[in-house]
Ligand binder design. Structure first.
Ligand SMILES: NC(=O)N[C@@H](CC(=O)O)C(=O)O
Ligand SMILES: [Zn+2]
Length: 467
């Protein structure tokens, strides 16, 4: 068989293991064969991976592409250039844009923009509010992979549906096989402490973290699991920040609730000390927790399987909005969120190099599992014959330092600036085409396509890996 290309000499990683000495043959954008080089035929192009890892393409199911409406922060071209450079082959964007993505028309508007501008494949969630909680079916028909509800106030100030409306939306979402994901913080607890701290004149970066205590996450996780249990609906926790949150998700899974969860590299990498070291640069919602919560996030979330997947919550803002001139200035004059697309592979590869994360589990949590949860599997996230040839190539020995100057995102502000990584994304392949390699963005704007999404296929119980 003549291939368009073969990727040779790589160590092929799937959730089941690592295979050396196999080549991957690609034809018409899909994987046509995986096998010993001697068994594969010739190709128009041979890519020698020289012993590097070839993973199923990393899926970042939590990014803010900011378009339409906030293009001064980011747009679909810059976000997906960052994705390509960061080793990410598919992104799913959040609906806190302007207009918010809450109707079939606004879904189509976002997809039209992304279709023109994106360098990698894409999807977008729709938001559910009091205004549209009864529109789950038409929104699903418009092609969204799932839904987002903002329980705690955050950028965009989108009010959530009330519990009755939410319960109805959960039942409707279950009916169409889609999952509702949450920004899970109890807004009353956050508002109380923010007002109290402001009265007391507490305005350091760490005070922002303290104003959003773990109990705000724990209460929201518990409430969602309770509602989902009764509604018999699949739900998802975005950006779980604490061990407490991960333990509650694990309990929900054990009780048979179809609850899945994500965490982000920053919650696994940093402790709240970073607020005192880097200031408002690291301000994010939910906030980065203390060392004890982080250890339990690793234990219950990663080793125990309470957390299913990794995503960044890539949340670009301008330097002025982040107040980076004065990183330790009044935190109430700063905004939450920072970019992550260009450091996520480096941080996860570093955990692998330190022996804290089996590489098979990384592939599972950063590709296969998000594809299952958001209905993109098996076309995305599987590395099997017949599926999209999306690959993330990683040099496991490359030591490098995160440098804001090299970022493709419009926003350069991230606490990962200056952090040391072991393991670097060196090549990003989307549907058989090298979109990024040799430190060069090869894909044109518009190369990226809408990733088709079917029903969520995740079972509550994720795989665990001995470590
Ligand atoms: N995480 C953040 O701190 N900010 C996000 C909003 C969000 O995901 O809550 C943003 O859109 O800026
Ligand atoms: Zn959020």
């Amino acid at each position: 068989m003549g291939f368009d290309s073969t990727f040779e000499n790589g160590r092929v990683v799937t959730p089941d293991g690592v295979q050396s000495g196999v080549s991957v043959g690609v034809k018409d954008g899909t994987i046509a064969a995986i096998g010993a080089p001697s068994e594969l035929g010739g190709a128009d192009r041979v890519v020698d991976l020289d012993g590097q890892y070839l993973l199923p393409g990393v899926i970042d199911a939590h990014i803010h592409a900011r378009s339409p409406g906030y293009e001064y922060k980011e747009d679909w071209s810059s976000a997906t250039a960052a994705a390509a450079a960061g080793g990410v082959t598919t992104v799913i964007a959040m609906p806190n844009t302007d207009p918010i993505i809450d109707s079939p028309e606004t879904v189509r508007q976002a997809y039209d923009i992304a279709d023109d501008d994106a360098h990698v494949d894409f999807q977008s969630y729709a938001v559910l509010t009091s205004e549209n909680y009864d529109q789950v079916e038409p929104l699903a028909a418009a092609g969204v992979p799932g839904f987002k509800v903002f329980l705690g106030t955050t950028f965009g100030e989108i009010e959530p549906p009330d519990d009755g409306e939410l319960y109805a939306a959960m039942e409707a979402a279950a009916g169409v096989g889609k999952r509702i994901g949450f920004h899970e913080e109890n807004d009353e607890i956050l508002s109380h402490w923010e007002a109290q701290f402001k009265r007391e004149g507490r305005d350091d970066p760490i005070d922002h973290a303290r104003s959003r205590p773990v109990v705000a996450e724990a209460e929201a996780v518990s409430r969602i699991i309770l509602l989902a249990d009764h509604a018999d609906a699949p739900v998802h926790m975005f950006h779980v920040s604490s061990g407490t949150g991960a333990e509650l998700v694990a309990e929900g899974k054990a009780d048979g609730v179809d609850v899945t969860a994500e965490t982000c590299p920053h919650y696994l990498w940093f402790t709240e000390e970073v607020m005192n070291e880097k200031g408002n640069v690291a301000r994010v919602q939910p906030p980065i927790r203390d060392a004890e919560e982080r250890e339990r996030l690793w234990e219950a979330g990663i080793r125990g399987g309470g957390v299913d997947c990794i995503a960044t919550d890539h949340a670009p803002h301008t330097d002025e909005e982040k107040n980076v001139e004065e990183p330790f200035g009044n935190t109430w004059e700063s905004i939450s969120g920072f970019v992550g697309l260009e450091s996520e592979v480096g941080s996860m590869a570093t955990f692998v190099s330190e022996g804290r994360l089996p590489i098979e589990q990384w592939a599972y949590m950063h590709s296969t599992r998000p594809a299952e949860i958001w209905g993109l599997y098996p076309r995305k996230g599987s590395l099997q014959v017949g599926t999209d040839a999306d690959f993330t190539v990683v040099d496991p020995d490359a030591e490098w330092v995160g440098r804001k100057e090299t970022l493709h995102s419009k926003s350069k502000t991230t606490p990962f600036n200056g952090e040391q990584f072991v393991g670097k994304p060196t090549m990003t392949v989307v549907r058989g085409t090298v979109v990024y390699g040799d430190d060069t963005l090869y894909a044109e704007e518009g190369y990226g396509e809408l990733a088709p999404s079917g029903e969520t296929t995740a079972n509550a119980e994720p795989r665990t890996y001995p470590n």
